[in-house]
Every structure is written in C-alpha cells, then in structure tokens.
Design a protein around this ligand. Structure first.
Ligand code: FE
Length: 183
C-alpha cells in the first residue's frame, strides 16, 4: 500500500474518535489545522505537517482518556518516528517539535497560556509545563522551530465544532508530492 492510502486508511479507521477532550474528532482537528496552514500560504510540506501532526494519536492505540489517566502518550515522538520513514524533515521536524512549541510559547508569549483549552492545559502539565528561559533559547536553535510554532498555533485553533473545511481528498496531491518515493 502506498503512503497516502495508508494515511487515508488510518483516518478512516480511527479518525472519528474524539480529539482528547475537545469538541472535534481527530479527522476534523487535522483538517482544520491543515486548512489554516493553506490559508496562510504555508509551504506544502508544512501543510502536510499540519494535517499529520497528530498521526501519533492514530497509531498508538491508547484510549481517548489518556490525559485523564495521567499518561503522556508522547504522541509527537510516535508520530515523528512513523513519519520519518515516509516524509522529509520539513514535515517530520515541525511535528516532532509541536509539543515543545506549546511549552515554548508558554514561556515567551504571556497571552498564550490563557488561550489554551482546558484539555490542553491539563496535558501541558504532563508534557513538562512551560520551558524555562534557557530552554526557550535552546528551542530557538532548532532549524525548524519557527515552523513548529506556526504549526502549534494552527493546532491550538483547530478545535471548532462543526467548522466546514475541505476534506482529506483535498490534500492527496500535496501528500503525494511531499511523501518520499516508496521502494
Ligand atoms: Fe493537535
């Protein structure tokens, strides 16, 4: 099966599950994040990163109440590992850094914490809380940190119940263009 069909199957199988404590499904969340990326004319790999940033949730097989049970599923690491065999760093690095980007924004943007949803505040604690000032400077040394911060803001805003946005098929050409050629 090619990468794109594999991704579509994962969304078909698990995408209707709720997005951890938010009023949208996993698929709706992904589509809303990708749509914002496209609206901001983000480069194609970053649109794909927005679409796939939580693919780790579709892989790991844990229930939707993991944060309630005090478990940080480390979904960004699971997602990055899966994506790394299929996509270039322009996709995988922002995905890997999108949780750190939330911790970073809590340090550098005083208004940011107040915009987080209750579920996101809860998971922040499990993810280690805000970065320190030194950690924030270190985060800025990542080559893809700006992309990760952009992705993070789309992620945070991709939780609107009932919002009409383009469907998965809309992103097939971008996925095909950005995915590594399969052996
Ligand atoms: Fe997300």
């Amino acid at each position: 099966m090619n990468v794109v069909d594999e991704i579509f199957e994962m969304f078909a199988r698990r995408g209707d599950e709720a997005y951890f404590g938010e009023p949208v499904s996993q698929t709706e969340h992904a589509l809303q994040a990708a749509h914002q990326a496209e609206e901001e004319n983000a480069p194609q790999p970053l649109i794909v990163a927005a679409l796939l940033h939580d693919i780790g949730h579709l892989i790991h097989g844990m229930g939707e109440d993991i944060a309630d049970r005090g478990i940080d599923a480390r979904h960004e690491a699971a997602g990055e590992a899966w994506l790394a065999r299929r996509f270039p760093p322009e996709v995988t690095e922002p995905v890997k850094l999108h949780v750190a980007a939330k911790r970073y924004l809590c340090q550098v943007d005083p208004a940011y914490f107040g915009m987080l949803s209750p579920a996101s505040v809860q998971s922040l604690a499990l993810q280690g809380g805000p970065l320190s000032e030194d950690e924030a400077r270190a985060f800025e040394s990542h080559r893809y940190y700006r992309e990760a911060v952009r992705l993070r803001r789309w992620d945070d805003a991709a939780k609107i119940a009932g919002l009409q946005v383009p469907g998965l098929d809309h992103y097939r050409p971008a996925l095909e263009a950005v995915a590594r050629i399969q052996a």
